[in-house]
Design a protein. Structure first.
Lengths: 258, 354
């Protein structure tokens, strides 16, 4: 479990996060929701160990995160950021292969081929595999980066140590079909015990694919908990400043209308 | 899983094999250029005789003296300087994620040139204080020191709260070069004819004055730099995705930046110190290698070292023979021959490989 206690982050004199406490639980998908500028990306960079918080402390499976090296962290968690650019002519296969970098020169490197064969199938990028990355469309690039993150946390054995996946708007450039495919494979990973934190903008995707929700606004955690308890009209109105209605479809699934 | 279905990855032997061949090819090319550089000159010596001399067999004593005494140290120096410049260029282009980066960008060349010009102009004032044996090496030492000081000043300026901002590094490097350039301009304006000639010759580069002492001076630094840079291939591959992405892939980004800054400052500083400013090698060589094998740094780095050495041997051989008995500055040759060739490659391969 990744636990953050009372973390605060400052940039110049502005607080980006204020006393946020939240956790990422193995086997569960936690959706991070909030308006623009709420601190979602900052939360991702702190919780993934990239940025040191100015206050509070964090642990990953009981270990203090700030004391871990980059490669130790990289073997436990993968991060998919928004807009990764690449000016050099790597092929898709090479980009995805970089996901195995944390395991270079270790026993796990023996699994590299297996990992790549699996993730290129899961991410549906077989046809793109030998193409040059910068000839791809935005959506294709996003799927390739997703595959890279999957390759990083792929393990052959199910009893591998805890792994975590951070996704910052993984579907922003994807069409309907691929959006569903990516989020479905995210769910499948959670079933295998991976702890997932995902930033989403479409509230209904959170309803469909997340177990827990954290509502963030102005750097504060507004509310957090299981989807059906947190995603109420009152909470959402308070978070996004728009009136929100929740209707129930015939099959019993709630739909958020704003 | 059949071999056909096996995915190509950075690290799978399937992909490495042809690329290793490319490296072997570059090695052979380097060997040919090396023997060629020993054979070509004002007095041509047949290839066979050169090989005989190299392997210690009989040959006439005049040829032996020319090959071993004059051309060998110069060829070895060309290899050291060329490898250092090519490798540094490749490392910086990867570090800055910019195929246009070159060792001059972070202030090395400007600082080194300023150091050298200062000695050319005012070195004689030190004559009374410094023993003659040291005085002879004042110029390379000053160039080396100037390059290091400029680079570390650039790095310092670009450092904010413990992290080096790459954009700041480039901007500070440009400002540093401009400052060094202006200072040099003032000095050149003040110089007499002889000093002006020395300065001009030095800023256009030459391997003529290095000799074995140049080899001894530059060799260890370039060797150390090669060691540091060649180990960073995987990390540089990740850096191409972005600094944050590299960090998430386990690369200690700040430490990598520092190591590569120090390594390139050592390699380029030492090279400039013994041979003056040799343009174009640092920026073009990594491009040529990438055009041939793609951007994987585990191949691009050693490939750039090999190709840099080869090209510099080639350029120096040309510099020695086109205007016999005089010599062209090698920096002129690399630019004159290199730039049209590079342009031609760009036009031909437009858009194929970065």
């Amino acid at each position: 479990m990744i636990e953050a206690h009372d973390i605060s982050v400052r940039a110049n004199k502005r607080f980006l996060l204020v006393d946020c406490s939240l956790c990422i639980v193995p086997g569960r998908v936690t959706a991070l929701l909030g308006p623009n500028g709420a601190g979602k990306s900052t939360a991702i960079s702190v919780l993934s160990g990239e940025r040191k918080p100015d206050g509070g402390h964090m642990t990953i499976d009981g270990q203090v995160m700030t004391q871990m090296t980059a490669v130790e962290l990289a073997r436990r968690r993968a991060v998919l950021l928004q807009n990764s650019s690449l000016d050099f002519a790597f092929t898709v296969g090479e980009v995805v292969g970089l996901g195995r970098l944390p395991f270079a020169m270790t026993r796990d490197a023996l699994d590299d081929d297996g990992a790549l064969a699996t993730v290129r199938h899961v991410a549906g990028i077989e046809a793109l595999w030998d193409q040059t990355y910068h000839t791809l469309s935005g959506g294709e690039r996003q799927r390739v980066q997703f595959a890279r993150a999957l390759a990083q946390i792929w393990r052959r054995t199910p009893d591998a140590p805890q792994r975590y996946l951070f996704l910052d708007e993984p579907t922003s450039a994807l069409d309907l079909r691929h959006r569903r495919a990516v989020l479905t494979s995210m769910r499948a990973l959670a079933l295998q015990g991976v702890g997932v934190l995902v930033v989403l903008h479409d509230l209904n995707l959170a309803v469909d694919f997340a177990d827990d929700v954290v509502l963030l606004r102005d750097g504060h955690v507004l509310s957090q908990g299981p989807v059906d308890q947190v995603l109420t009209p009152e909470n959402l109105s308070a978070c996004f400043d728009v009136s929100v209605e929740i209707v129930t479809r015939d099959d019993g699934r709630p739909v958020i209308l704003a | 899983m059949s071999d056909v279905a096996r995915p190509r990855s950075i690290g799978s032997p399937l992909q490495l094999a042809p690329r290793t061949l490319v490296l072997a090819g570059l090695g052979v090319l380097l060997a040919i250029a090396f023997v060629g550089a020993l054979a070509i000159g004002a007095m041509p010596i047949p290839f066979g005789d050169v090989l005989k001399i190299l392997f210690g067999q009989d040959a006439d004593s005049q040829s032996r003296a020319i090959v071993l005494g004059l051309r060998l140290p110069r060829a070895v120096l060309a290899i050291i300087v060329g490898a250092g410049l090519g490798l540094s260029g490749a490392a910086l282009q990867g570090l800055f994620r910019n195929p246009l980066a070159d060792p001059g960008l972070i202030g090395i060349s400007g600082g080194a040139a300023l150091g050298a010009v200062l000695i050319i102009m005012f070195g004689h004032l030190l004559l009374a204080w410094v023993p003659d044996a040291i005085y002879q090496h004042l110029l390379p030492v000053a160039a080396f020191a100037g390059g290091l000081v400029a680079t570390f000043a650039t790095e310092r300026i670009a450092r904010q709260r413990g992290a080096v901002s790459t954009a700041m590094l480039l901007l500070a490097g440009i400002a540093m070069n401009a400052m060094a350039g202006a200072a040099m301009g003032i000095l050149i304006f003040m110089s007499d004819d002889r000093q002006l000639r020395d300065i001009t010759f030095w800023t256009m580069g030459s391997l003529a004055k290095g000799g074995w002492s140049g080899v001894i001076m530059a060799g260890p630094f370039v060797g150390l730099a090669c060691f540091l840079i060649l180990r960073s291939g995987r990390a540089l591959n990740a850096m191409l995705l972005g600094e944050r992405e590299a960090m998430h892939l386990g690369v200690p980004v700040e430490r990598l930046k520092q190591i590569l800054m120090v390594a390139t400052a050592l390699a380029v500083g030492a090279s400039v110190a013994v041979s003056g400013i040799i343009a174009f090698v640092g920026i073009v060589v990594p491009h040529l290698v990438r055009m041939a094998v793609g951007p994987d740094h585990r191949i691009v780095l050693p490939g750039s070292a090999l190709l840099g050495a080869t090209l510099l041997l080639f350029a120096d051989s040309m510099a020695r023979v086109v205007v016999i008995p005089a010599e062209l500055p090698i920096g002129l040759v690399t630019s004159l021959v290199g730039s049209p060739f590079f342009l031609w490659l760009l036009v031909r391969k437009k858009g194929l490989r970065a």
